[in-house]
Write a protein that binds this ligand. Structure first.
Ligand code: XMP
Length: 509
């Protein structure tokens, strides 16, 4: 494995991605990781990430300097390189102005990490401080017009530094450089495959669970579904998945879940129908945050009541993903690992003192999808667009009622169908309708109508932190609006949401 020490760069997850694309496992750890912990992980190489701090800032992140004496190859990127320079006896200085953007890298010393890379190649710079003299034993291997020490190495000690970012696509040959580090320098093996992951992880789950039962809240989303199938493969019927039908799901969703888990995967799921309870607690509630709180609380109460009936349960499994865990704080103040509670599940049942099993916690979303495919989950479940925990309740502006849920479900079904037909389902982050709390006048046949307005929301995004409204083809918009207004009673107008995030959000509530 490769250890990545997180100095807080916004590109950290990208470094991890690049390593894993080469079928090499890697783990991102905070700078506070001890030498003993590092030795126990036995990494074949260490990558020091970039970060927003200046090495001279009071609280700048630092790792144990002993890493340079372990005999393990080290690659420092941006701040990571400056840290290496500083610790090993070179000099870093605050540059007069930040260098940000593309630059041409001129390679002085070919071979090593630059094996197979042209002598001149574009690279991406993003730094304030800069190296002004190298530590003893190091030589400069590349420069740019503004940066004399754009890359350095001590090949004998196998310590390398890049001032630029090899992990971003703006450094087109960065992938080759990282590959050289992984295979030529660290002698990594390409053994990080989904098959191996399943083998290792099921063994781990078996050991962790022993003879105890494991409870899991199944939501129908990708993460909890994949976690369920993986754990089921490890411990079979010791896994007790619970699905709470809150009545706020899309058309046919609960039925499909039953079909897939019971029939296709042969996994018994405890289905709890709590639709009435949710709807009566939500009656008349308009405020979005109140809706969320009610749904979270009722879910927990229903889930806990069911979980308490399961004998010998010692664990709660969750589909937490890697990005939830390694969110680093990009603002000054350095990196820190923030653990988000899995907001779809809403926390641990408090009465039960359960321990957590989180078998996906080192995976990225696309890896989870690959894993789902490997485990035999059907395509429609593996590639499902994200769906919020509070469900359709936050897509009905104003109070939620059975009648309004019915309208929204019908509209949603048309949108899903047409988006899929147009081959756009996977390209869009999300596409869904929002039912507005106002009515408008229309004309149907010879009759005046006074009915609901539905907004169509479709966005592209990579992580939901930012999103752009999707430029859907006009013809597709026309088909959707014609079908919705003609086929669904209670809707006489459709509008398209052309706002991006920020300043708007993806959901309307
Ligand atoms: P916003 O609306 O904040 O949404 O731009 C970003 C992403 O998060 C989803 N979302 C939620 N997911 N519980 C969830 O599990 C929630 O309360 C919630 N609110 C928003 C939203 O669908 C989008 O993908």
């Amino acid at each position: 494995m490769i250890l990545i020490i997180d100095f807080g760069s916004q590109y950290n997850q990208l470094i991890a991605r690049r390593v894993r694309e080469n079928k090499v496992f890697c783990q991102v750890e905070p700078p506070g990781i001890s030498l003993e912990q590092i030795t126990a992980l036995a990494p074949k190489g260490i990558i020091l990430s970039g970060g927003p701090a200046s090495i001279y800032a009071k609280n700048s992140p630092k790792c144990d300097e002993g890493i340079f004496g372990l005999g393990i190859p080290v690659l420092g990127i941006c701040y990571g390189m400056q840290y290496a320079v500083h610790v090993l006896g070179g000099k870093v200085e605050g540059a007069k102005k930040r260098e940000y953007g593309p630059a041409e890298l001129e390679i002085i010393e070919q071979g090593g990490l630059f094996k197979g890379v042209e002598q001149k190649t574009p690279c991406w710079m993003s730094h304030g401080d800069t190296t002004v003299s190298l530590p003893p034993g190091f030589s400069v291997t590349a420069h740019t017009a503004n940066t004399a020490f754009a890359a350095m190495e001590n090949r004998q000690r196998r310590i390398f530094g890049f001032q630029f970012h090899p992990e971003v696509t703006h450094t087109p040959r960065g992938a080759v450089m990282l590959k050289n580090f992984l295979f030529d320098i660290c002698a990594c093996e390409k053994n990080w495959t989904m098959q191996n992951f399943v083998k290792q992880e099921t063994a781990k789950i078996r050991e962790q669970a022993g003879n105890s039962n494991v409870i899991l809240g199944l939501s129908g989303g990708v993460d909890s579904s994949v976690a369920a199938v993986l754990i089921h493969r490890a411990i079979g019927s010791q896994l007790k998945p619970i699905f709470v039908d809150n009545g706020l799901l899309r058309e046919g969703e609960a039925k499909r879940l039953k079909e897939v888990f019971k029939e296709h995967l042969g996994m018994p799921v405890l289905f709890v129908s709590a639709k009435r309870r949710f709807l009566s607690e939500l009656a008349g509630v308009e405020d979005p945050e109140k809706k969320r709180k009610i749904i979270g609380r009722v879910f927990m109460e229903v889930f806990e009541a069911q979980a308490l009936k399961i004998k010998g349960a010692k664990f709660l499994a969750q589909g937490t993903l890697y990005p939830d865990i390694i969110e680093s704080v990009s603002a000054f103040g350095g990196p820190s690992a923030v653990i988000k509670s899995h907001h779809n599940v809403g926390g641990l049942p408090k009465k039960m003192r359960l321990k957590l099993i989180e078998p996906l916690k080192y995976l990225f979303k696309d890896e989870v999808r690959k894993l789902g495919e490997q485990l035999g989950l059907p395509q429609d479940m593996v590639w499902r667009q994200p769906f919020p925990g509070p469900g359709l309740a936050i897509r009905i502006l104003g109070p939620v009622s059975e009648k309004r849920l019915k309208i929204l479900r019908q509209v949603d079904a048309v949108i899903q169908e047409e988006i899929r037909k147009a081959g756009l389902y996977k390209k869009l982050w999300q596409a869904f309708p929002v039912l507005l709390p106002i009515k408008s006048v229309g004309i149907m046949g010879d009759e005046r109508t006074y009915e609901n307005i539905v907004a169509l929301r479709a966005v592209t995004s990579t992580d939901a932190m930012t999103a752009d409204w999707a430029r859907l083809p006009h013809e597709l918009l026309a088909t959707i609006s014609n079908r919705v207004i003609n086929e669904i009673r209670g809707v006489n107008r459709m509008v398209y949401d052309i706002s991006s995030k920020p300043p708007s959000t993806i959901e309307w509530e």
